[in-house]
Design a protein around this ligand. Sequence first.
Ligand code: GAP
Length: 505
Amino acid sequence: MNQDDQFKNVISHAKEYGFVFQSSEIYDGLSAVYDYGQLGAELKNNIKQYWWKSMVQMHENIVGIDSAIFMHPTTWKASGHVDAFSDPLIDNKDSKKRYRADVLVEDHLAKIEVKISKEITKAAKRFGESFDAEMFAQTNPRVVGYKEKMAAIEARMKRCLEEEDLADFKQLIIDEEIVDPVGGSRNWTDVRQFNLMFSTEMGSVAEGANTIYLRPETAQGIFVNYLNVQKTGRMKLPFGIAQIGKAFRNEIVARQFIFRMREFEQMEMQFFVKPGTEMEWYQHWKDERMKWHHSLGISKDNYRFHDHIKLAHYANAAADIEYNYPFGFKELEGIHSRTDFDLKQHEKHSGKKLQYFDPETHEHYVPYVVETSVGLDRMFLAMLCHSYNNEKLEDGSERIVLRLPVNLAPYKVAVMPLTKKEGLPEKAREIVDNLKSDFMCQYDEKDAIGRRYRRQDAIGTPLAVTVDHQTLEDGTVTIRDRDTMKQERVHMNVLGGRLFAALRK
Ligand code: GAP
Protein backbone atom coordinates (compact mmCIF):
# COMPACT_ATOMS: atom_id res chain seq x y z
CA MET A 1 0.00 0.00 0.00
CA ASN A 2 1.44 3.42 -0.87
CA GLN A 3 1.64 6.21 1.70
CA ASP A 4 -1.29 8.13 0.19
CA ASP A 5 -3.58 5.13 0.49
CA GLN A 6 -2.31 4.46 4.00
CA PHE A 7 -3.18 8.03 5.00
CA LYS A 8 -6.64 7.84 3.39
CA ASN A 9 -7.27 4.62 5.31
CA VAL A 10 -6.23 6.27 8.59
CA ILE A 11 -8.63 9.16 7.96
CA SER A 12 -11.60 6.94 7.15
CA HIS A 13 -10.79 4.63 10.07
CA ALA A 14 -10.72 7.66 12.40
CA LYS A 15 -14.22 8.54 11.30
CA GLU A 16 -15.65 5.03 11.16
CA TYR A 17 -14.69 4.26 14.76
CA GLY A 18 -15.56 7.61 16.34
CA PHE A 19 -12.11 9.15 16.73
CA VAL A 20 -12.43 12.28 14.54
CA PHE A 21 -15.36 13.89 12.72
CA GLN A 22 -15.45 16.87 10.40
CA SER A 23 -16.83 19.82 12.38
CA SER A 24 -20.49 20.69 11.62
CA GLU A 25 -20.58 17.81 9.17
CA ILE A 26 -24.36 18.00 8.67
CA TYR A 27 -23.74 21.46 7.15
CA ASP A 28 -21.00 20.04 4.90
CA GLY A 29 -18.27 20.80 7.42
CA LEU A 30 -16.06 23.75 8.23
CA SER A 31 -12.69 23.81 6.56
CA ALA A 32 -9.77 22.73 8.78
CA VAL A 33 -11.90 22.37 11.90
CA TYR A 34 -12.52 18.94 13.41
CA ASP A 35 -14.40 17.38 16.31
CA TYR A 36 -13.12 14.51 18.40
CA GLY A 37 -15.62 11.69 18.89
CA GLN A 38 -16.10 9.33 21.79
CA LEU A 39 -12.83 7.44 21.24
CA GLY A 40 -10.91 10.47 20.02
CA ALA A 41 -11.71 12.35 23.22
CA GLU A 42 -10.31 9.45 25.29
CA LEU A 43 -7.15 9.17 23.20
CA LYS A 44 -6.64 12.92 23.35
CA ASN A 45 -7.11 12.99 27.13
CA ASN A 46 -4.62 10.16 27.53
CA ILE A 47 -2.02 12.06 25.48
CA LYS A 48 -2.62 15.15 27.62
CA GLN A 49 -2.22 13.15 30.83
CA TYR A 50 0.95 11.48 29.58
CA TRP A 51 2.45 14.88 28.80
CA TRP A 52 1.23 16.59 32.00
CA LYS A 53 2.50 13.77 34.15
CA SER A 54 5.97 13.82 32.64
CA MET A 55 6.30 17.61 32.47
CA VAL A 56 4.53 18.74 35.67
CA GLN A 57 4.16 15.82 38.04
CA MET A 58 7.68 14.46 37.43
CA HIS A 59 9.41 17.85 37.81
CA GLU A 60 9.50 19.58 41.18
CA ASN A 61 10.35 22.86 39.47
CA ILE A 62 7.56 22.87 36.85
CA VAL A 63 3.98 23.88 37.66
CA GLY A 64 0.92 23.98 35.45
CA ILE A 65 -1.66 26.71 34.84
CA ASP A 66 -4.82 27.17 32.78
CA SER A 67 -5.05 30.70 31.42
CA ALA A 68 -7.93 32.28 29.48
CA ILE A 69 -8.11 32.20 25.68
CA PHE A 70 -9.07 35.88 25.55
CA MET A 71 -6.31 38.23 26.61
CA HIS A 72 -5.88 41.98 26.72
CA PRO A 73 -5.31 43.09 23.09
CA THR A 74 -2.03 44.80 24.04
CA THR A 75 -0.64 41.34 24.79
CA TRP A 76 -0.51 40.64 21.06
CA LYS A 77 0.98 44.01 20.20
CA ALA A 78 3.70 43.40 22.80
CA SER A 79 4.38 39.82 21.69
CA GLY A 80 4.83 40.96 18.09
CA HIS A 81 1.95 38.89 16.77
CA VAL A 82 -0.03 41.90 15.50
CA ASP A 83 2.89 43.05 13.36
CA ALA A 84 4.80 39.89 12.56
CA PHE A 85 2.65 36.78 12.88
CA SER A 86 2.08 36.24 9.21
CA ASP A 87 2.82 33.72 6.49
CA PRO A 88 3.79 34.48 2.88
CA LEU A 89 0.93 33.42 0.61
CA ILE A 90 0.72 32.93 -3.12
CA ASP A 91 -2.21 32.08 -5.40
CA ASN A 92 -2.21 30.10 -8.58
CA LYS A 93 -4.14 32.10 -11.18
CA ASP A 94 -5.29 29.01 -13.10
CA SER A 95 -6.38 26.64 -10.33
CA LYS A 96 -7.40 29.53 -8.02
CA LYS A 97 -5.73 27.56 -5.21
CA ARG A 98 -3.90 29.38 -2.43
CA TYR A 99 -0.58 28.18 -1.02
CA ARG A 100 1.98 29.12 1.58
CA ALA A 101 4.96 30.17 -0.50
CA ASP A 102 7.45 28.76 2.02
CA VAL A 103 5.63 25.40 2.08
CA LEU A 104 5.79 25.21 -1.73
CA VAL A 105 9.56 25.70 -1.53
CA GLU A 106 9.91 23.23 1.37
CA ASP A 107 7.98 20.58 -0.59
CA HIS A 108 10.29 21.25 -3.53
CA LEU A 109 13.30 20.72 -1.23
CA ALA A 110 11.78 17.48 0.04
CA LYS A 111 11.58 16.23 -3.56
CA ILE A 112 15.30 16.90 -4.02
CA GLU A 113 15.94 15.01 -0.78
CA VAL A 114 14.04 12.04 -2.18
CA LYS A 115 16.32 12.14 -5.25
CA ILE A 116 19.36 12.00 -2.94
CA SER A 117 17.91 8.98 -1.09
CA LYS A 118 17.27 7.23 -4.40
CA GLU A 119 20.89 7.77 -5.53
CA ILE A 120 22.13 6.32 -2.22
CA THR A 121 19.78 3.30 -2.38
CA LYS A 122 20.82 2.61 -5.98
CA ALA A 123 24.51 2.81 -5.09
CA ALA A 124 24.03 0.61 -2.01
CA LYS A 125 22.61 -2.11 -4.27
CA ARG A 126 25.49 -1.71 -6.73
CA PHE A 127 28.32 -1.81 -4.19
CA GLY A 128 26.92 -4.36 -1.76
CA GLU A 129 28.25 -4.81 1.77
CA SER A 130 31.33 -2.63 1.41
CA PHE A 131 29.13 0.42 0.70
CA ASP A 132 29.79 3.48 2.87
CA ALA A 133 26.67 5.67 2.57
CA GLU A 134 28.20 8.64 4.36
CA MET A 135 31.30 8.68 2.18
CA PHE A 136 29.18 8.29 -0.96
CA ALA A 137 26.93 11.21 0.06
CA GLN A 138 30.01 13.40 0.57
CA THR A 139 31.77 12.53 -2.68
CA ASN A 140 29.29 11.47 -5.35
CA PRO A 141 29.06 14.42 -7.78
CA ARG A 142 25.34 14.06 -8.37
CA VAL A 143 24.51 13.91 -4.63
CA VAL A 144 26.90 16.77 -3.88
CA GLY A 145 25.20 18.78 -6.65
CA TYR A 146 21.74 18.16 -5.16
CA LYS A 147 22.96 19.17 -1.71
CA GLU A 148 24.48 22.38 -3.01
CA LYS A 149 21.26 23.17 -4.82
CA MET A 150 19.26 22.60 -1.62
CA ALA A 151 21.59 24.80 0.41
CA ALA A 152 21.33 27.60 -2.16
CA ILE A 153 17.50 27.44 -2.20
CA GLU A 154 17.35 27.43 1.60
CA ALA A 155 19.69 30.39 1.86
CA ARG A 156 17.71 32.37 -0.70
CA MET A 157 14.39 31.64 1.01
CA LYS A 158 15.86 32.59 4.38
CA ARG A 159 17.02 35.93 2.98
CA CYS A 160 13.64 36.57 1.36
CA LEU A 161 11.81 35.91 4.62
CA GLU A 162 14.19 37.85 6.82
CA GLU A 163 14.33 40.87 4.53
CA GLU A 164 10.65 40.57 3.50
CA ASP A 165 11.81 40.47 -0.12
CA LEU A 166 8.55 39.06 -1.44
CA ALA A 167 9.37 39.88 -5.09
CA ASP A 168 12.46 37.66 -4.96
CA PHE A 169 10.42 35.00 -3.15
CA LYS A 170 8.14 34.83 -6.19
CA GLN A 171 11.20 34.80 -8.46
CA LEU A 172 12.61 31.86 -6.48
CA ILE A 173 9.41 29.90 -7.15
CA ILE A 174 9.63 30.77 -10.85
CA ASP A 175 13.37 30.01 -11.11
CA GLU A 176 12.89 26.61 -9.47
CA GLU A 177 10.00 25.91 -11.87
CA ILE A 178 7.72 25.02 -8.96
CA VAL A 179 4.30 24.06 -10.26
CA ASP A 180 0.86 24.12 -8.65
CA PRO A 181 0.58 20.70 -6.93
CA VAL A 182 -3.06 20.49 -8.05
CA GLY A 183 -3.11 21.72 -11.65
CA GLY A 184 0.57 21.78 -12.60
CA SER A 185 0.42 25.42 -13.70
CA ARG A 186 3.21 27.99 -13.17
CA ASN A 187 0.89 30.98 -13.42
CA TRP A 188 1.54 32.54 -9.97
CA THR A 189 0.40 35.80 -8.36
CA ASP A 190 2.81 37.92 -6.32
CA VAL A 191 3.71 36.72 -2.82
CA ARG A 192 2.06 38.70 0.01
CA GLN A 193 2.01 38.50 3.79
CA PHE A 194 -1.13 37.35 5.60
CA ASN A 195 -1.71 37.75 9.36
CA LEU A 196 -2.87 34.52 10.95
CA MET A 197 -4.70 35.86 14.00
CA PHE A 198 -8.50 35.66 14.28
CA SER A 199 -10.08 38.76 15.74
CA THR A 200 -13.45 39.38 17.30
CA GLU A 201 -15.13 42.07 19.41
CA MET A 202 -15.59 42.15 23.13
CA GLY A 203 -18.41 44.24 24.66
CA SER A 204 -21.40 45.83 22.93
CA VAL A 205 -21.02 48.63 20.39
CA ALA A 206 -22.72 51.05 22.80
CA GLU A 207 -20.05 50.43 25.44
CA GLY A 208 -17.35 50.85 22.85
CA ALA A 209 -16.41 47.39 21.62
CA ASN A 210 -12.77 46.39 21.65
CA THR A 211 -11.07 44.26 19.04
CA ILE A 212 -9.61 41.24 20.72
CA TYR A 213 -7.87 38.16 19.35
CA LEU A 214 -8.27 34.46 19.75
CA ARG A 215 -4.85 33.45 21.07
CA PRO A 216 -2.57 31.99 18.37
CA GLU A 217 -0.36 30.33 21.01
CA THR A 218 -0.90 29.47 24.67
CA ALA A 219 2.56 30.77 25.62
CA GLN A 220 1.49 34.39 26.18
CA GLY A 221 -0.93 33.29 28.93
CA ILE A 222 2.16 31.94 30.70
CA PHE A 223 4.29 35.05 30.14
CA VAL A 224 1.71 37.46 31.52
CA ASN A 225 1.35 35.22 34.60
CA TYR A 226 5.08 34.75 35.09
CA LEU A 227 5.30 37.01 38.17
CA ASN A 228 2.01 35.77 39.69
CA VAL A 229 3.24 32.19 39.59
CA GLN A 230 6.83 32.99 40.59
CA LYS A 231 5.72 34.94 43.67
CA THR A 232 2.75 32.82 44.82
CA GLY A 233 4.57 29.54 44.13
CA ARG A 234 7.86 30.89 45.59
CA MET A 235 9.58 29.53 42.50
CA LYS A 236 13.34 29.75 42.13
CA LEU A 237 15.15 29.85 38.79
CA PRO A 238 15.34 27.68 36.83
CA PHE A 239 11.64 26.80 36.83
CA GLY A 240 8.91 26.08 34.33
CA ILE A 241 5.24 26.90 33.78
CA ALA A 242 3.24 24.48 31.64
CA GLN A 243 -0.20 24.56 30.14
CA ILE A 244 -2.44 22.73 27.69
CA GLY A 245 -5.03 24.68 25.76
CA LYS A 246 -6.65 25.79 22.54
CA ALA A 247 -4.96 28.03 20.01
CA PHE A 248 -6.39 29.51 16.83
CA ARG A 249 -4.75 30.39 13.52
CA ASN A 250 -6.36 31.43 10.28
CA GLU A 251 -4.11 29.07 8.32
CA ILE A 252 -3.77 29.90 4.63
CA VAL A 253 -3.58 26.33 3.56
CA ALA A 254 -5.39 23.81 5.64
CA ARG A 255 -4.54 20.35 4.42
CA GLN A 256 -3.68 16.94 5.70
CA PHE A 257 -6.59 16.30 8.03
CA ILE A 258 -5.85 17.33 11.64
CA PHE A 259 -2.22 18.19 10.85
CA ARG A 260 -2.94 21.85 10.12
CA MET A 261 -6.11 23.12 11.72
CA ARG A 262 -7.60 26.55 12.36
CA GLU A 263 -8.54 25.56 15.93
CA PHE A 264 -6.09 23.23 17.66
CA GLU A 265 -4.50 22.46 20.99
CA GLN A 266 -0.98 23.01 22.22
CA MET A 267 0.93 21.54 25.16
CA GLU A 268 3.50 24.19 26.01
CA MET A 269 6.08 24.75 28.72
CA GLN A 270 8.07 27.93 29.27
CA PHE A 271 11.26 27.30 31.24
CA PHE A 272 12.65 30.44 32.92
CA VAL A 273 16.42 30.48 33.32
CA LYS A 274 19.27 32.76 34.31
CA PRO A 275 20.52 34.81 31.32
CA GLY A 276 23.60 33.21 29.82
CA THR A 277 22.50 29.65 30.68
CA GLU A 278 19.80 29.45 28.00
CA MET A 279 21.82 27.47 25.43
CA GLU A 280 22.54 24.72 27.98
CA TRP A 281 18.84 24.53 28.79
CA TYR A 282 17.89 24.66 25.12
CA GLN A 283 20.05 21.56 24.53
CA HIS A 284 18.68 19.94 27.69
CA TRP A 285 15.06 20.37 26.59
CA LYS A 286 15.80 19.25 23.05
CA ASP A 287 17.18 16.00 24.48
CA GLU A 288 14.41 15.60 27.06
CA ARG A 289 11.62 16.12 24.60
CA MET A 290 13.08 13.67 22.11
CA LYS A 291 13.36 11.12 24.95
CA TRP A 292 9.69 11.73 25.78
CA HIS A 293 8.66 10.89 22.22
CA HIS A 294 10.89 7.81 22.18
CA SER A 295 9.39 6.67 25.50
CA LEU A 296 6.16 5.80 23.68
CA GLY A 297 7.95 2.87 22.07
CA ILE A 298 7.62 3.96 18.43
CA SER A 299 10.66 3.37 16.21
CA LYS A 300 13.25 6.13 16.74
CA ASP A 301 13.72 6.32 12.97
CA ASN A 302 10.35 8.08 12.80
CA TYR A 303 11.68 11.15 14.59
CA ARG A 304 14.33 13.69 13.66
CA PHE A 305 15.43 17.21 14.53
CA HIS A 306 15.17 20.02 12.01
CA ASP A 307 16.85 23.34 12.76
CA HIS A 308 14.77 26.34 11.70
CA ILE A 309 15.84 28.16 8.56
CA LYS A 310 14.11 31.34 9.62
CA LEU A 311 13.94 32.13 13.32
CA ALA A 312 10.67 33.51 14.70
CA HIS A 313 10.83 37.13 15.82
CA TYR A 314 11.35 36.07 19.45
CA ALA A 315 13.95 33.30 19.11
CA ASN A 316 17.76 33.05 19.09
CA ALA A 317 17.72 29.28 18.44
CA ALA A 318 14.95 26.95 17.39
CA ALA A 319 14.51 23.37 16.27
CA ASP A 320 11.58 21.16 15.41
CA ILE A 321 11.10 17.56 16.30
CA GLU A 322 9.69 16.13 13.10
CA TYR A 323 7.64 12.96 12.78
CA ASN A 324 7.57 10.73 9.74
CA TYR A 325 3.88 11.11 8.78
CA PRO A 326 2.58 9.27 5.69
CA PHE A 327 3.11 12.58 3.83
CA GLY A 328 6.75 12.86 4.96
CA PHE A 329 8.73 14.25 7.90
CA LYS A 330 6.83 17.26 9.29
CA GLU A 331 6.89 19.37 12.44
CA LEU A 332 5.43 17.77 15.54
CA GLU A 333 7.02 19.91 18.24
CA GLY A 334 9.02 23.12 18.45
CA ILE A 335 11.80 23.86 20.95
CA HIS A 336 12.68 27.53 21.05
CA SER A 337 15.15 29.65 22.93
CA ARG A 338 12.97 32.76 23.26
CA THR A 339 15.56 34.94 25.05
CA ASP A 340 14.02 37.63 27.30
CA PHE A 341 12.03 39.00 24.35
CA ASP A 342 8.51 38.29 25.62
CA LEU A 343 8.97 39.35 29.24
CA LYS A 344 10.84 42.53 28.20
CA GLN A 345 8.10 43.39 25.69
CA HIS A 346 5.40 42.89 28.34
CA GLU A 347 7.39 45.08 30.74
CA LYS A 348 7.57 47.79 28.10
CA HIS A 349 3.89 47.68 27.11
CA SER A 350 2.39 47.19 30.60
CA GLY A 351 4.78 49.43 32.51
CA LYS A 352 5.11 46.65 35.14
CA LYS A 353 8.44 45.12 36.15
CA LEU A 354 8.68 41.40 35.37
CA GLN A 355 12.00 40.70 37.03
CA TYR A 356 13.50 38.03 39.20
CA PHE A 357 15.44 38.74 42.36
CA ASP A 358 18.34 36.31 42.44
CA PRO A 359 18.94 35.43 46.11
CA GLU A 360 22.44 34.18 45.31
CA THR A 361 23.81 37.17 43.42
CA HIS A 362 21.39 39.78 44.88
CA GLU A 363 20.67 41.01 41.35
CA HIS A 364 17.37 41.80 39.67
CA TYR A 365 17.04 40.62 36.07
CA VAL A 366 14.53 39.50 33.45
CA PRO A 367 14.89 35.71 33.00
CA TYR A 368 15.53 34.07 29.65
CA VAL A 369 13.08 31.47 28.41
CA VAL A 370 13.37 28.10 26.71
CA GLU A 371 10.07 26.84 25.35
CA THR A 372 8.83 23.39 24.41
CA SER A 373 5.63 23.38 22.36
CA VAL A 374 3.98 20.26 21.01
CA GLY A 375 0.73 20.18 19.06
CA LEU A 376 -1.75 17.85 20.73
CA ASP A 377 -3.57 17.17 17.47
CA ARG A 378 -0.30 16.43 15.68
CA MET A 379 0.61 13.98 18.46
CA PHE A 380 -2.81 12.40 18.00
CA LEU A 381 -2.26 12.10 14.26
CA ALA A 382 1.24 10.65 14.72
CA MET A 383 -0.15 8.04 17.10
CA LEU A 384 -2.96 7.08 14.70
CA CYS A 385 -0.65 6.87 11.67
CA HIS A 386 1.90 4.79 13.58
CA SER A 387 -0.74 2.47 15.07
CA TYR A 388 -2.88 1.71 12.05
CA ASN A 389 -1.94 -1.70 10.65
CA ASN A 390 -3.62 -3.88 8.09
CA GLU A 391 -2.30 -7.33 8.93
CA LYS A 392 -2.41 -10.59 7.03
CA LEU A 393 -2.94 -13.45 9.45
CA GLU A 394 -1.63 -17.01 9.19
CA ASP A 395 -5.04 -18.36 8.20
CA GLY A 396 -5.09 -15.98 5.22
CA SER A 397 -7.62 -13.57 6.75
CA GLU A 398 -6.89 -9.90 7.45
CA ARG A 399 -7.35 -7.70 10.47
CA ILE A 400 -7.09 -3.96 11.08
CA VAL A 401 -5.32 -3.39 14.35
CA LEU A 402 -4.47 -0.09 16.05
CA ARG A 403 -1.22 -0.82 17.86
CA LEU A 404 -1.59 2.23 20.10
CA PRO A 405 0.90 2.61 22.96
CA VAL A 406 -0.91 0.93 25.85
CA ASN A 407 -1.11 3.99 28.09
CA LEU A 408 -2.74 6.01 25.30
CA ALA A 409 -5.37 3.44 24.23
CA PRO A 410 -8.95 4.70 24.81
CA TYR A 411 -10.08 1.45 26.42
CA LYS A 412 -7.62 -0.73 28.30
CA VAL A 413 -9.82 -3.80 28.72
CA ALA A 414 -12.83 -5.20 26.87
CA VAL A 415 -14.99 -7.69 28.77
CA MET A 416 -17.08 -10.13 26.74
CA PRO A 417 -19.38 -13.01 27.53
CA LEU A 418 -18.88 -15.80 25.00
CA THR A 419 -22.65 -15.97 24.44
CA LYS A 420 -25.63 -13.90 25.50
CA LYS A 421 -27.16 -16.81 27.47
CA GLU A 422 -26.75 -19.05 30.49
CA GLY A 423 -25.66 -16.41 32.97
CA LEU A 424 -22.50 -15.40 31.05
CA PRO A 425 -23.54 -11.73 30.54
CA GLU A 426 -24.30 -11.36 34.25
CA LYS A 427 -20.86 -12.74 35.18
CA ALA A 428 -19.18 -10.46 32.63
CA ARG A 429 -21.02 -7.41 34.00
CA GLU A 430 -19.90 -8.35 37.50
CA ILE A 431 -16.31 -8.36 36.24
CA VAL A 432 -16.75 -4.95 34.61
CA ASP A 433 -18.09 -3.57 37.89
CA ASN A 434 -15.02 -4.86 39.69
CA LEU A 435 -12.56 -3.52 37.14
CA LYS A 436 -14.01 -0.20 36.05
CA SER A 437 -12.60 1.96 38.81
CA ASP A 438 -9.07 0.84 37.85
CA PHE A 439 -9.32 0.36 34.09
CA MET A 440 -11.23 2.04 31.29
CA CYS A 441 -13.45 -0.94 30.34
CA GLN A 442 -15.84 -1.68 27.53
CA TYR A 443 -18.53 -4.35 27.82
CA ASP A 444 -19.41 -6.01 24.51
CA GLU A 445 -21.84 -8.88 23.91
CA LYS A 446 -23.03 -8.24 20.33
CA ASP A 447 -21.96 -10.49 17.40
CA ALA A 448 -19.74 -13.57 17.29
CA ILE A 449 -16.69 -13.49 19.55
CA GLY A 450 -14.27 -13.32 16.58
CA ARG A 451 -15.94 -10.17 15.28
CA ARG A 452 -15.85 -8.63 18.72
CA TYR A 453 -12.10 -9.27 18.97
CA ARG A 454 -11.65 -7.58 15.57
CA ARG A 455 -13.68 -4.59 16.75
CA GLN A 456 -11.48 -4.18 19.82
CA ASP A 457 -8.32 -4.59 17.67
CA ALA A 458 -9.61 -1.82 15.43
CA ILE A 459 -9.93 0.62 18.32
CA GLY A 460 -6.64 -0.42 19.93
CA THR A 461 -7.91 -2.08 23.13
CA PRO A 462 -4.82 -3.91 24.44
CA LEU A 463 -6.61 -6.67 26.40
CA ALA A 464 -9.87 -8.59 26.13
CA VAL A 465 -11.30 -10.69 28.95
CA THR A 466 -13.69 -13.43 27.89
CA VAL A 467 -16.19 -15.12 30.14
CA ASP A 468 -17.16 -18.63 29.01
CA HIS A 469 -18.84 -21.70 30.41
CA GLN A 470 -15.68 -22.75 32.23
CA THR A 471 -15.85 -19.45 34.13
CA LEU A 472 -19.07 -20.61 35.76
CA GLU A 473 -17.45 -23.91 36.73
CA ASP A 474 -14.03 -22.89 38.02
CA GLY A 475 -13.99 -19.08 38.16
CA THR A 476 -11.38 -18.65 35.39
CA VAL A 477 -11.51 -16.29 32.39
CA THR A 478 -9.27 -15.82 29.36
CA ILE A 479 -7.16 -12.72 28.70
CA ARG A 480 -6.43 -12.04 25.02
CA ASP A 481 -3.53 -9.84 23.97
CA ARG A 482 -4.24 -7.41 21.09
CA ASP A 483 -0.78 -7.63 19.55
CA THR A 484 0.05 -11.34 19.83
CA MET A 485 -3.60 -12.52 19.85
CA LYS A 486 -2.46 -15.11 22.40
CA GLN A 487 -4.84 -16.06 25.19
CA GLU A 488 -4.14 -17.18 28.73
CA ARG A 489 -6.53 -18.47 31.35
CA VAL A 490 -6.43 -16.90 34.80
CA HIS A 491 -8.57 -17.04 37.89
CA MET A 492 -10.89 -14.09 38.48
CA ASN A 493 -9.37 -13.61 41.95
CA VAL A 494 -6.09 -12.51 40.38
CA LEU A 495 -7.53 -10.84 37.27
CA GLY A 496 -6.90 -7.22 38.34
CA GLY A 497 -3.23 -7.87 39.14
CA ARG A 498 -2.69 -9.80 35.90
CA LEU A 499 -4.24 -7.00 33.85
CA PHE A 500 -2.05 -4.39 35.57
CA ALA A 501 1.04 -6.50 34.86
CA ALA A 502 0.07 -7.09 31.23
CA LEU A 503 -0.57 -3.38 30.64
CA ARG A 504 2.78 -2.43 32.15
CA LYS A 505 4.79 -4.77 29.89
N1 GAP B 1 4.53 29.00 21.30
C1 GAP B 1 5.30 28.61 20.20
C2 GAP B 1 4.51 28.18 19.06
O1 GAP B 1 3.30 28.34 19.01
P1 GAP B 1 4.70 26.96 16.75
O2 GAP B 1 5.86 26.22 16.16
O3 GAP B 1 4.04 27.98 15.93
O4 GAP B 1 5.26 27.60 18.09
C3 GAP B 1 3.96 24.91 18.17
O5 GAP B 1 3.62 25.91 17.24
C4 GAP B 1 3.31 23.60 17.80
O6 GAP B 1 1.90 23.77 17.66
C5 GAP B 1 3.77 23.03 16.45
O7 GAP B 1 4.95 22.29 16.58
C6 GAP B 1 2.59 22.17 16.06
O8 GAP B 1 2.69 20.89 16.66
C7 GAP B 1 1.41 22.88 16.67
N2 GAP B 1 0.69 23.65 15.63
C8 GAP B 1 1.02 24.86 15.13
N3 GAP B 1 0.13 25.26 14.21
C9 GAP B 1 -0.80 24.26 14.12
C10 GAP B 1 -1.98 24.07 13.34
N4 GAP B 1 -2.42 25.00 12.50
N5 GAP B 1 -2.69 22.92 13.51
C11 GAP B 1 -2.27 21.98 14.38
N6 GAP B 1 -1.18 22.11 15.15
C12 GAP B 1 -0.44 23.23 15.03
